[in-house]
Design a protein around this ligand. Structure first.
Ligand SMILES: [Zn+2]
Length: 253
């Protein structure tokens, strides 16, 4: 990932802080991760992985990056574990390279995609859709093109009904060339940072519905993992594994 690519989304001033590790104490607290050159290198690599997944999706129909989904990173600051907004950078770089004209971001992490929403607020080429727990971080939620804020402890049925009502309309209305799907594991009912009531099976059905909806339209799909903080970490792993299993079973030829 080059600074030139990152500058498609992030401000020069912010990239300069990243390059020179010159964050204020407040900025590090807001970022919520210890900042170091190693962290920077790892997160830039992570950002490149999402761009590569986007490129491979356009070439092969779908691709998954076992990482990414840093949707709380804004153009000029990082927060909530997110330094660089990998999905936003990938969308902008791919559109700027004239490979594609329209992208949809389908963000099903339990937390609202505040950074992504703010970055694309005035950009019609990228549709931002976030379905999240309303009563959760971030406290301030800049509007996405479509925000669906769920009540605490919302069940599989409530969640999947809402998703199946809205996702097809998003895809129909925006007609994207590429979808970035943030398959967050944190809507899980036993997540430490989430407060929704989805089961392991419900999350699997969520992924299936997203994949079927995108595949029906013959749209390229890039999957990133986003958040996941189950009390039993093996359950976060199981949710991510199911996301990949379902992708393979639906798109493999
Ligand atoms: Zn999250």
């Amino acid at each position: 990932m080059t600074y030139e690519d990152l500058a498609q989304v992030h401000t020069d001033e912010y990239l300069d802080k990243i390059a020179t590790s010159s964050f204020s104490a407040f900025e590090v607290i807001q970022l919520e991760i210890p900042y170091s050159e190693q962290a920077r290198e790892g997160l830039m690599l992570m950002c490149g992985g999402t761009l590569l997944a986007g490129r491979l999706a356009l070439e092969h129909g779908c691709a998954a990056h076992l990482g990414g989904g840093f949707h709380h990173a804004f153009a000029s600051h990082g927060e909530g574990f997110c330094l660089l907004n990998d999905v936003a950078v990938a969308a902008r770089v791919l559109i700027a390279g004239s490979k594609i004209e329209r992208v949809a971001v389908v963000d099903l992490d339990v937390h609202q995609g505040n950074g992504t929403a703010a970055i694309f607020a005035d950009d019609q080429s990228v549709f931002t859709f976030s379905m999240h727990q309303e009563n959760n971080y971030p406290a301030e939620k800049p509007p996405s093109d479509l925000d669906l804020g769920l009540d605490d402890h919302a069940s599989d049925e409530v969640y999947l009904d809402l998703l199946s009502e809205h996702l097809p309309k998003v895809l129909e209305g925006h007609d994207p060339d590429l979808v970035f799907y943030l398959a967050g594991a944190d809507p899980y009912r036993d997540d430490q940072l989430g407060g929704l009531g989805l089961t392991l099976e419900g999350l699997r059905r969520r992924d299936q519905f997203v994949y079927d909806s995108v595949r029906d339209r013959d749209t390229a799909l890039a999957v990133v993992l986003a958040g996941g903080y189950a009390f039993r970490s093996e359950e976060t792993v199981a949710i991510h594994v199911a996301t990949i299993e379902e992708l393979v079973s639906r798109f493999a030829v």
